[in-house]
Design a protein around this ligand. Structure first.
Ligand SMILES: Nc1ncnc2c1ncn2[C@@H]1O[C@H](COP(=O)(O)OP(=O)(O)OP(=O)(O)O)[C@@H](O)[C@H]1O
Ligand SMILES: [Mg+2]
Length: 432
């Protein structure tokens, strides 16, 4: 955790810095302007500031700090005479205040509370994303054993595989099994950004770097410090950013946009692609030097059709996952099983998940999913001729429900029917 001390009394300033430097990364200054300058150039977690300073008053300083970054925890130091001012400061966003003479033990306690809340926030994010990989095939078992070994090193990893094979999941698995698992994994999908926005997201920017940059913004490379950076769909990264990324990989340093101050970040890089990067390299769409840097370790996830032993365990896993859609279902009828096993899943595990979710919704049988409820993209076309009008109605209701997160009020409104009619139809079609 980074702490900045702003105190014009040199003795107090030194005491504060010295008593905190064993536990935190502390910088002290007696000059508020220097302090603001420091905040513009560094990402600080906590500011401890005197309320009475030369040239600027505490409240104005607080406002300026919050303008630079809203995430900074500001703790003000106040004498008895200025307590009211400190209370006002809390109303305008200060985190807390300390009374003079400063009790170092109280200060340390407060700082450890801040550090704890920052950690808890990160841990909650991690918990929400616990990785659960389901498999039965020996290829997946070998792949995961290899991934686990690779996770213990700090090598850059490239995960290859068709869409929906579980690249995201394996990236998180690697992070969870690495020594960096106390820190976050930051994921970025390279296909989601335009070139200039991508660059500022990745490297961050300083206030004034471009029109609209009215605050400092920390780049994701810096946020991932100590943890893992996961760049998904790496083939989509524009060439100019490829060279910047390469330089970062080689030096572990980078410049935020509009900044002349070099910054460090210690990350493990995981990248993923569903394209053949080798061909892209040959066509000049991807830098070969970057390719070699990111693919020190390669993990290739086979498509689902090449590991059919995983289909049924996954199907049962998804039945549990979607239990609330149809709580009595616990099994898959033989005919449905063979339908699942003979399909080729162009959309891989994601498609299997959709097939089971759909089956859970339309199944009218009590305990098992039956063959007719297994509707794959391919069978859909064939079966169309045999569908009755009520089949179509049932499917349409199901689709609208799904698209609206099973919100029945919304669904009734979209279908332009009364809520009571919707409830009746849901009962009739066993969609509840
Ligand atoms: N082995 C598995 N066990 C459990 N769930 C899985 C498994 N493989 C994939 N999934 C699930 O299938 C879905 C697709 O997986 P994921 O997003 O990891 O695929 P991807 O390869 O990253 O796809 P894309 O190329 O489209 O980004 C997710 O909901 C994921 O949780
Ligand atoms: Mg993905």
């Amino acid at each position: 955790m980074k702490v900045l001390v702003i105190e014009d009394n040199k003795v107090l300033n030194n005491t504060l810095v010295r008593s905190l430097q064993n536990n935190y990364d502390v910088y002290g200054t007696t000059d508020p302007e220097m302090a603001l300058n420091h905040l513009e150039n560094e990402f600080v977690d906590v500011v401890i500031s005197d309320i009475k300073l030369p040239k600027i008053n505490g409240l104005d300083l607080l406002k300026k700090i919050k303008e630079i970054s809203g995430d900074i925890h500001v703790m003000l130091i106040t004498g008895y005479g200025t307590v009211e001012e400190a209370v006002d400061a809390i109303k305008s966003g200060a985190y807390d205040y300390l009374l003079k003479p400063v009790d170092i033990e109280v200060l340390k306690l407060k700082l450890s509370q801040i550090s704890e809340t920052i950690n808890i926030k990160e841990r909650i994010l991690l918990e929400a994303n616990k990785v659960n990989i389901v498999y039965n095939s020996s290829v997946m078992s070998q792949l995961l054993a290899f991934a686990q070994k690779a996770a213990k090193t700090d090598s850059n990893i490239l995960i290859e595989g068709e869409s929906g094979t579980g690249k995201d999941l394996v990236a998180r698995f690697v992070h969870e099994n690495s020594s960096r698992n106390n820190n976050s994994i930051i994921s970025i999908n390279c296909a989601n950004f335009q070139e200039n926005i991508f660059e500022s997201e990745l490297f961050g920017f300083k206030r004034g770097a471009f029109t609209g940059a009215d605050r400092n913004k920390r780049g994701l490379i810096s946020v991932a410090n100590g943890g893992t950076l996961f760049l998904d769909e790496i083939s989509e990264i524009p060439l100019p950013i490829q060279s910047k990324l390469l330089r970062f990989i080689e030096t572990k340093t980078f410049y935020p946009l509009g900044s002349e101050g070099i910054e460090k970040s210690d990350i493990r890089l995981i990248t993923a692609t569903n394209k053949d990067l080798n061909t892209l390299v040959k066509n000049g769409g991807f830098r070969d030097d970057l390719y070699y840097r990111i693919s020190v370790v390669k993990i290739k996830i086979p498509p689902l059709r090449e590991r059919k032993e995983d289909i049924l365990p996954l199907a049962y896993f998804f039945i549990k996952k979607f239990k609330s859609l149809n709580p009595t279902i616990i099994d898959i009828e033989e005919k449905a099983r063979s339908k699942l096993l003979s399909y080729d899943y162009p959309g891989n595990v994601r498609e299997l998940s959709n097939i089971i979710e759909r089956a859970m919704i339309i199944e009218s049988n009590e305990c098992t999913i039956t063959g007719t409820s297994i509707i794959t993209e391919k069978t859909f076309g064939h079966e169309e001729k045999e569908l009755s009008l009520s089949d179509i109605e049932k499917r349409h209701i199901m689709n609208v429900l799904r698209k609206n997160n099973y919100d029945k009020v919304k669904t009734a409104a979209i279908l332009q029917i009364d809520r009571s009619t919707l409830y009746r139809k849901l009962k009739e079609y066993n969609l509840q």
